[in-house]
Design a protein around this ligand. Structure first.
Ligand code: FES
Length: 106
């Protein structure tokens, strides 16, 4: 039995995020606005979702949130924060700093 190209593709879609950036993105959040933070790292609209998770990953979803007040925030760009969508400093670790950045072009 030889699996078809489509099946192979499905089996190998990553379930882990890729490192979109090695540092956080500073953003001005607006009270009551709906945001979707990219959790997979494939979005071209970092740090926000552009729908890329649907084709580039298996089961990764954006994190949706609504700020309770206007605020500045550092949103995680490395996608490995333990406190999503916010940066928690994880990006300073070696496994992030040494990661190859994905070239987002198809
Ligand atoms: S950018 Fe991800 S933890 Fe700082």
């Amino acid at each position: 039995y030889i699996p078809s190209q489509d099946e192979v593709q499905l089996c190998t879609l990553p379930t882990e995020p890729v490192v979109a950036a090695k540092k956080p993105f500073k953003v001005e959040l607006v009270e009551g606005k709906r945001y979707s933070w990219c959790s997979c790292g494939h979005s071209l609209k970092q740090p926000f979702c552009d729908g890329s998770h649907k084709t580039k990953t298996k089961g990764l979803m954006p994190l949706r949130f609504v700020p309770e007040k206007d605020s500045k925030a550092w949103l995680c760009g490395c996608k490995y924060t333990a406190n999503p969508p916010y940066c928690d400093g994880t990006h300073k670790q070696e496994f992030i700093q040494s990661a190859l950045l994905l070239e987002n072009k198809d």
